[in-house]
Each structure stands twice: as structure tokens, then as C-alpha cells.
Design a protein around this ligand. Structure first.
Ligand code: SAM
Length: 431
């Protein structure tokens, strides 16, 4: 109990009935009026929960299920020996069958959409081709290095390094680098990267030079004019952004492109474009009479996109933050206030666009950016989202700006973890 006797303290153990699965990979339980966020359990289970953290004001408590007293039918023997209470923090759902993982994640997407966008959605989490029943898929792993130079993976919500033999969700090519079997004196971390278009590399952090890796994407989708095939190679910094599941880039590209049905001659915005995955497909779709304006804040990604897409002739890569270029305030989500700095709208962004693709980071685009996107008057928007709560908040902003959700798909691009990727399409409410 806490010193005042009014609640739970770190280390306390209590038996709880577990109810819902929540966004973030934990389940909800209650004890004497306190809400517990319990990891390593499942809805319907009765477990002994050990308190690991108490939130400010004791309003919520984090805990690990250290003993299962009534197990869910969805529970399986975890394939990874390094996962579990007090162990590696990389995976949340090793103890859950793959089917159930996808059902739970679909429930999170539905719940976030209902709570934050007031929308009832019917969504399933679809598998992404390229993993081994949820294992051996991660093409990029950041190993942490401890003070003695040993590489491992971080304990949940800790800087402590767990000395794993290998990561069960990493690809064989990442494992073959044997990062955990070597000494890394002076390093803080080692990034193991196994790209689809070349050999795997281990990159020491901090380090002098970050190598470039090649990623190959080949996919197809239906269009009004018949099937479209797309194949291209992308040069990416080994520490720059690229999807980590081997099937993710192709799957998201096809899922975003098909409902957009981009037409020759159209003007398209690709916001948060990275090295230009969507921009290059959009360039082919709009053809020589069309135009793609691609926006990216990371300088290295901008340089690569500019170099690699310039030969296409109809793509302009604009460097900068999307919010700054639209001339809308930057939102500091943690304090819920806007920063005072507000630049003017950049002339590099067109006033109108036929189609917009957005693929923002976890925080989402934010209401002000969504309003600015809607103000360009697109006939269709594709939104690729790695956080369902951010997507739901931005969906609410699209609805308020006169758009409706036309379709929503969700993908299991991060099996064994709570993460889920969504691809949403918006069209004007009257369309
Ligand atoms: C999820 S990634 C998507 C990249 C790309 N669409 C892809 O599929 O490879 C998000 C990208 O947004 C960039 N980014 C983050 N915040 C940004 C901002 N405020 N304005 C522009 N780009 C931003 C990141 O550097 C990153 O490349």
C-alpha cells in the first residue's frame, strides 16, 4: 500500500479481474477504485498483478501479470523467452495467439474511432505478407549497448539493457549480423538494418558515417484503366525512415493508391513523403501533364528524394515542416497549446490540389494541418497512420472540415507488438 494507505505502491501484488484491452498494449483492471494498466495478460483473465509504477495522484497504476490464475482461451506459450514481466520491452503480445492479436488491435481501432471521432467503423486487421506467423519480420532493430559494451534490448520503460541471445521478431538477415554476440565498446546503440535490396549492415551509434541501403518495392493495384504494376528501388539512410516489416511499404502503397484512382493530369500533394515512396507512384499516375508536390522535414530524406525523383520530371520536393509550410501553428500536444511562431503560408505549396496523401509520424497531422489540407479542396485524401488515436483525432478534424471517411483498412505490420497501421480514405461529404 502507499504510505498513506490510500492506494497501491510499487511492488504490491493484488489479484484482479482483467477487462478490456487498451491502446498501448496493456489491459485494464480495477482494484479498490484504482485503475490498473496490466501488461502480459488478456481480457477475461484473473491474474496476480505486481505494481511496477504509480501515476501522479495515484489515479492510475501500471502493473505486470506475474501469475495467471484463470487463463484466456487466446493465451499461448510465448515464442520468445526474453519477453514477459520485467524482461525485454519490445513486444507486448507474445503470449497472445496471432488471430487474437489482430482481433484486439481491430478493437483498439474501433474504440479510438468511436471515442475520438464519434464514428462506428467496421474494421479487421489484415496480415501483411512476409513474416513467419508473426515472427522473423523486423528488418530494422535498434539494439541498446550497456556500459560494458554488450548489446541487447531495452527493458520495458527503462534504460536497462536485457542481454538477449537474439530477437525473435527480427529477420534472419538481422540475426545473422550477430550484433548481440560481439563487444561494442563506446557505442550507445547498434542499428541492425536488413534492406530488401542489398546486404544487411550493423551501424554503430554514435558513429562517423551512416551507410546508405537499398529498399526494393514491387506491388500492383487496380485502377479505372486496368491493373497498375509498380516497381522501384529507394536509397535510404540506414538510420532514416523506412517501414520495418518487409511487406509493409508495398502493402500500404497499394492500399493507399487503389481507392484514390489518381487520374492523368491531376495535381497531388504527398505530405510527410520520406524518400518518396508515394510520390514516385503518384508521379506515374498523374503522368507528364500532372504534378506532384512532396513535402518532407528530414534534410537527408529531402536530399535523397530530390536526387532520386528529379528524373521523373513532374515531382517537386519541398523541404520543411508541413505545418510551417501551410502557415499554421505548430501544436505542442503535451501542453495542449499552440506555439506563438506562425510563419506565412509558403508559395511552394499550391493553393489547390486534386488529391492529397498524408503519412505523418505518430503524433498525427493535427487539426490545423487537416484544415489546411481540406482548404486545398482535394476530391480524395489518403491518410496512412501508425497511431490509431492520432488517426481518430485527425478523422474528427476531417469530418469537421466537410469530409467523410470513405474507407478504412488496418494492417498487422508489427506482429507481437500492440502497434497497428491504418490506411484511411476521405472524400468530400457530398461526394
Ligand atoms: C511515417 S514516415 C512516412 C515516410 C514516407 N511516406 C514513407 O512511406 O516512406 C513520416 C515522415 O514524416 C517526416 N516528418 C515528421 N514530421 C514532419 C513534419 N512536421 N513535416 C514534414 N515531415 C515530417 C519524417 O521525417 C518521416 O520521413
Amino acid at each position: 500500500m502507499s504510505p498513506g494507505g490510500s492506494g497501491l505502491s510499487v511492488g504490491d501484488e493484488v489479484e484482479v479481474e482483467v477487462t478490456a484491452f487498451a491502446h498501448g498494449g496493456h489491459c485494464v483492471a480495477r482494484h479498490d477504485g484504482q485503475v490498473l494498466f496490466v501488461r502480459h495478460t488478456l481480457p477475461g483473465e484473473r491474474v496476480l498483478a505486481r505494481v511496477t509504477e504509480v501515476g501522479s495522484g495515484s489515479r492510475f497504476v501500471r502493473a505486470d501479470a506475474v501469475e495467471v490464475r484463470h487463463a484466456s482461451d487466446d493465451r499461448v506459450v510465448q515464442p520468445c523467452p526474453w519477453s514477459g514481466p520485467g524482461a525485454c520491452g519490445g513486444c507486448d503480445l507474445q503470449h497472445v495467439s496471432l488471430d487474437a492479436q489482430r482481433r484486439l488491435k481491430a478493437g483498439v481501432v474501433r474504440e479510438q474511432m468511436a471515442r475520438l471521432a464519434h464514428l462506428e467503423v467496421d474494421v479487421e486487421v489484415e496480415p501483411v505478407p512476409g513474416d513467419d506467423r508473426g515472427l522473423r519480420w523486423r528488418t530494422r532493430v535498434e539494439f541498446a549497448v550497456d556500459g560494458a559494451g554488450n548489446a541487447g534490448l531495452r527493458r520495458h520503460r527503462s534504460h536497462e539493457v536485457v542481454p538477449v541471445d537474439r530477437c525473435r521478431i527480427a529477420t534472419d538477415a538481422v540475426t545473422a549480423l550477430e550484433v548481440t554476440g560481439r563487444d561494442w565498446p563506446g557505442a550507445e546503440a547498434v542499428d541492425a538494418v536488413a534492406p530488401s535490396g542489398g546486404p544487411a549492415v550493423a551501424v554503430e551509434v554514435p558513429g562517423e558515417e551512416v551507410p546508405e541501403v537499398l529498399e526494393r518495392v514491387s506491388t500492383s493495384w487496380r485502377s479505372a484503366h486496368g491493373p497498375v504494376s509498380f516497381a522501384r528501388e529507394f536509397a535510404v539512410s540506414a538510420r532514416g525512415f523506412w517501414q520495418v516489416h518487409p511487406g509493409a511499404a508495398a502493402t500500404f502503397l497499394a492500399a493507399a493508391m487503389e481507392p484514390l484512382a489518381v487520374r492523368p493530369g491531376e495535381r497531388v500533394l504527398d505530405l510527410y513523403c520520406g524518400v518518396g515512396l508515394f510520390a514516385s507512384a503518384l508521379s506515374e499516375a498523374v503522368g507528364p501533364g500532372g504534378q506532384v508536390v512532396a513535402v518532407e522535414a528530414d534534410r537527408d530524406a529531402v536530399e535523397r528524394a530530390t536526387r532520386d525523383l528529379s528524373s521523373l520530371g513532374n515531382v517537386a520536393v519541398v523541404a520543411g515542416r508541413v505545418d510551417d509550410l501551410f502557415g499554421v501553428p505548430r501544436t505542442d500536444r503535451h501542453r495542449g497549446r499552440s506555439r506563438s511562431r506562425r510563419p506565412a503560408r509558403s508559395p511552394l505549396l499550391p493553393q489547390s490540389a486534386d488529391v492529397v496523401v498524408l503519412d505523418p509520424p505518430r503524433t498525427g497531422a493535427g487539426t490545423a494541418v487537416v484544415r489546411a489540407v481540406a482548404a486545398t479542396g482535394p476530391r480524395a485524401v489518403a491518410y496512412v497512420a501508425c497511431d490509431p488515436a492520432a488517426l481518430a483525432r485527425d478523422t474528427a478534424a476531417f469530418l469537421a472540415a466537410g469530409y467523410r471517411l470513405a474507407s478504412l483498412r488496418a494492417f498487422d505490420a508489427f506482429p507481437m507488438t500492440h502497434h497497428v497501421e491504418c490506411v484511411a480514405h476521405f472524400v468530400p461529404a457530398g461526394a
